[in-house]
Write a protein that binds this ligand. Structure first.
Ligand code: R5P
Length: 296
């Protein structure tokens, strides 16, 4: 049984169809004081239940709802509860950068486990190793081959770039799927002001189709800076590829103004129509099968 929630980009329905499972919509409303109410409207006793809840805006509320849905399923006697969380928030605070800060992703994953979640499936977390904070079964899928396949139609002889060292693994994977050249840019983010500055690496972007690959586009600052720099180096065309298009504030406009020609993303989050969107459901269904198909 696949349960969709208020935070779904269509992934739950498509997964139910791919898994040949029943689709059920979790009931959801807000109390007058703003607290969330959820209810599982069907009998789930003894069932393996997959619920899909991406951490869309308002993110803290979506996280609480994920915990509430888990608790409701546990209370109702579900056998195994598998949470598919396409965009898992708080992954970027995976360590203490300044004294006094939390390891936010650890707190989030412990909360979901404490609520009764047996297994967690997500898409391209900021760093895969941070999922180890979840004590239950956990896995993630990488959409690099899907994104590369889509992008291959837009470019010729491209140069693939990671905007920073931290993103090298995924951008390199993307480049290898595309059979393209690969390099990276150096980035520094001021932890207090959030200001991003970039030190250019030695590369020749002149005349090239450049594809910048990152996990997240949030404010668009990282991509816009990279795009501006590459434009001034004579790049022919710039395509911005990400997994999770948060696109907060005027990110989209910022990217277009910086010379980004196309933005390609997955549907882990709702995307505006200007973004080329690739469906991740076909990757998530086998991940569910591999968990449901194993003994508890
Ligand atoms: C940072 O480590 C991430 O990989 C992204 O580069 C970052 O979250 C992008 O944020 P923004 O779009 O606000 O520059």
């Amino acid at each position: 049984m696949v349960q969709g929630s208020s935070a779904d980009t269509g992934v739950a329905r498509r997964m139910a169809s791919l898994l040949d499972a029943d689709y059920v919509q979790v009931e959801h409303k807000l109390f007058p004081d703003g607290e969330s109410y959820v209810r599982i409207p069907v009998d789930v006793r003894g069932a393996d239940v997959v619920f899909v809840q991406t951490i869309d805006e308002p993110r803290d509320k979506r996280l609480i709802e994920a915990a509430l849905i888990t608790d409701a399923l546990r209370e109702a006697g579900a056998r195994r509860i598998i949470g598919v969380i396409p965009y898992l928030a708080y992954t970027r605070q995976d360590r203490v950068f300044r004294r006094g800060e939390p390891v936010s992703i650890r707190a989030v994953l412990k909360m979901l486990y404490a609520a009764g979640l047996d297994a967690l499936i997500t898409v391209e977390p900021h760093k895969p190793e941070e999922l180890e904070y979840f004590p239950g079964r956990h896995t993630y899928v990488s959409p690099m081959s899907l994104l590369a396949r889509h992008t291959s139609r837009l470019v010729s002889n491209p140069l693939v770039l990671s905007p920073d060292l931290g993103g090298v693994r995924r951008a390199r994977e993307f480049a290898s799927k595309l059979g393209a050249d690969f390099d990276y840019l150096e980035k520094h983010r001021d932890r207090v002001t959030g200001e991003v500055s970039m030190k250019p690496k030695t590369m020749r972007a002149e005349g090239r189709d450049v594809v910048i690959v990152d996990d997240i586009i949030s404010t668009g600052g990282t991509m816009a800076k990279a795009a501006g720099m590459l434009r001034s180096q004579g790049a022919r065309r710039i395509i911005a590829v990400c997994v999770h298009a948060l696109l907060v504030g005027g990110a989209l406009e910022k990217l277009l103004a910086a010379g980004v020609e196309r933005i390609v993303s997955t549907n882990t989050l709702p995307t505006p129509e200007q973004v080329d969107t690739v469906d991740i459901s076909p990757l998530l269904s086998p991940a569910v099968r591999s968990i449901v198909g194993t003994a508890r």
